[in-house]
Ligand binder design. Structure first.
Ligand code: PLP
Ligand code: COI
Length: 354
């Protein structure tokens, strides 16, 4: 497919102070757009100036939530090189999400090339400061003008990009997480494994309640037994229990995180015992009382490696590792970000240069 390019005539001001970058508020000069209809399949791929998009107020995505998104980052190394971290994994997962909610799949190799071109055009927007990056948000929406509740006959695929800093305000400071016991995010057979907006809409109520109590996000329990640990709002979770590092298994209702997968590979390469298995919340409580709950951390593209310093379950407040970043979390953070920013050898071959 041909990729058309229309450059902006009104480039915007770049962020004045990269140290003040927050997450996802500023957008670059350009975006990628591509359309789908029954007659042409995916077509009309173009890079255009970042601008509002026009669509009918009856567009299906606005009523029935047919939407899928991804999150990845471009990093600038000290020598000025721009690189992506495992982007093929994001496009593969995006197609799996598409499939789950009946959006036609796209050509992953073409999209990777189009993304590289988009980043090349907006290269000056990739921040220079260690710890900041260009957050990349591909997403697809159903755009058919119709109020019938069926899969759309038209779609739009876009990529927008945002120079960003830490996802959590405190950066690498441990976050406080609230174990959710009332609301449910996902159930077996549902859409939990897919990166679709509805999962996030379903999670907002619990998140708001937790925020009122001073917690950053909630830790979801499984929707059937209401006892197996699943994931946090924007990250997968790991717990260091004695000499075992446990992360919930991929059971179809949690997201198969690319940072999670990378963390498992790195930790195993260091000789740690990492188990992907069902984890009963009571096991965490017992480990806390026995003193074997050593560390907890979340993993995610936006969240990177986020130490968890406090976990509240019903009336029990569990302080973990004295609310400080643990040895394993710190080592993992240094290794992962080191690979991403080019300070550590890319021994797994994860980096794709732009
Ligand atoms: N779980 C949820 C619900 C997420 O939104 C994210 C973020 O993308 C993750 C986990 C972590 O996934 P990844 O490491 O691929 O960013
Ligand atoms: C990401 O980490 O890329 C995500 O998509 C999480 C999002 C809720 C910010």
């Amino acid at each position: 497919m041909e990729l058309k390019i229309e450059l902006t005539r009104q480039p915007k001001e770049k962020p004045a102070d990269e140290n003040k970058l927050s997450f996802g508020h500023i957008f670059t000069d350009h975006m990628f757009v591509m359309d789908w209809d029954k007659e042409h399949g995916w077509h009309d791929a173009k890079i255009v100036p970042f601008a509002p998009i026009l669509m009918s107020p009856a567009a299906t995505c606005l009523h029935y939530g047919q939407e899928v998104f991804e999150g990845m980052k471009a990093y600038r190394t000290e020598s000025g090189e721009i690189r992506l971290f495992r982007p093929q994994e994001n496009f593969r997962r995006m197609n799996e999400s598409h499939d789950r909610i009946c959006i036609p799949k796209f050509d992953e190799a073409f999209l990777l090339e189009a993304l590289k071109k988009l980043i090349e055009i907006d290269a000056d927007w990739v921040p220079h400061t260690y710890g900041t990056s260009l957050y990349i948000r591909p997403f697809t929406i159903g755009t058919e003008e119709s109020l019938g509740a069926h899969s759309s006959t038209k779609y739009k695929f876009l990529i927008i990009m945002s120079p960003s800093g830490a996802y959590y305000e405190g950066g690498l400071a441990p976050v406080k997480i609230y174990v959710e016991t009332k609301y449910v995010r996902a159930t077996p057979g549902g859409t939990g494994f897919a990166k679709t907006g509805g999962n996030y809409a379903a999670s907002l109520k619990a998140q708001d309640v937790a925020a009122e109590e001073g917690y950053s996000q909630v830790l979801w329990l499984d929707g059937v037994h209401r006892k197996y640990v699943e994931e946090v709002g924007a990250m997968n979770v790991f717990f260091v229990l004695g000499d075992e590092i446990v992360t919930p298994e991929l059971d179809g209702s949690i997201l198969s995180g690319i940072t999670r997968k990378s963390a498992v590979e790195i930790l195993r390469s260091w000789g740690y015992k990492v188990s992907e298995r069902a984890l009963d919340i009571q096991e965490l409580v017992d480990a806390y009382h026995a003193g074997t709950l050593k560390e907890a951390f979340g993993t995610g593209t936006a969240a990177v490696i986020s130490p968890i310093g406090e976990l509240k379950y019903n009336d029990l407040v569990m302080e973990i590792n004295h609310n400080e970043i643990g040895e394993i979390s710190q080592r993992l953070y240094d290794e992962l970000t080191g690979i991403q920013w080019g300070k550590v050898e890319d021994r797994f071959n994860w980096i794709v240069k732009v």
